[in-house]
Design a protein. Structure first.
Length: 239
């Protein structure tokens, strides 16, 4: 985490004046390309970034306590290094999992999942969530992947997950921090500012996420609080 914040993220914050005045990414000014495009072309930075996410995953152990994954086929969209999927499969021995992410993430994910739960219940699939996602899942997870993208891209990801559902009993599980414009707390607000510097994005309110889900034919069924001010939103197909 220190290496990432001491290099790429530090450089992005050096362009804070540009990011704040234009509501765009300081990272792109520093490195000449968007953050996720840069990760796809720099394996060392991508690995450091994934280690940073892993270090901030203290709420993962609570996820199987707010949703029953027993017997389910779980598709972790943008699943990164596989830590969340490994946690879920470890808690639900009769569940199966698909980790879906960009091709450059799959070797690292495979290593972690093989060591944590084995690969007999796991499928690794490379692709782009804005184009298509693996079909036939019972639960689709989007964990900390939405804040770097604009509303139209997020709706597209929601629509792709909705179309891929096995049936009407399938669910979309969103795991993220959300901001409260009326009563903001420190941690989500700071992460929101950091996202502006690195991706040009930011955290959304639950009301805004609800509106985007509705556009994709989904609605929030229930909400659960998680540690570190994270929230789980369970979405179901709208009638």
């Amino acid at each position: 985490m220190c290496l990432l914040y001491g290099e790429e993220f530090y450089s992005a914050w050096g362009h804070a004046h540009h990011a704040i005045s234009t509501v765009s990414s300081g990272f792109e000014v520093a490195y000449g390309r968007p953050f996720y495009e840069y990760l796809g072309q720099d394996a060392a930075t991508a690995r450091r970034f994934q280690h940073t996410l892993n270090a901030a995953s203290m709420f993962f152990h609570q996820v199987p306590e707010v949703f029953d994954f027993s017997g389910k086929t779980v598709v972790d969209v943008g699943g990164g290094g596989g830590q969340l999927l490994a946690t879920i499969l470890g808690a639900a021995p009769d569940a199966r999992g698909t980790l879906f992410d960009r091709e450059h993430m799959l070797p690292q994910a495979g290593e972690h999942l093989a060591a944590a739960v084995g690969l007999d219940r796991v499928e690794l699939v490379g692709g782009d969530m804005f184009a298509d996602v693996p079909k036939g899942g019972d639960v689709y997870i989007l964990c900390r992947v939405l804040a770097g993208w604009d509303d139209e891209a997020v709706v597209k990801a929601f629509e792709n997950c909705r179309r891929a559902f096995a049936d009407s009993s399938s669910r979309l599980l969103l795991l993220d921090r959300f901001v409260d414009d009326e009563e903001p707390t420190v941690l989500p607000a700071l992460w929101d500012l950091h996202l502006l510097m690195t991706t040009g994005g930011g955290h959304r309110t639950i009301d805004r996420i609800t509106a985007l889900l509705n556009r994709a034919g989904l609605e929030i069924e229930r909400k659960a609080e998680l540690p570190m001010e994270a929230v789980a939103l369970i979405a179901t197909p709208r009638d």
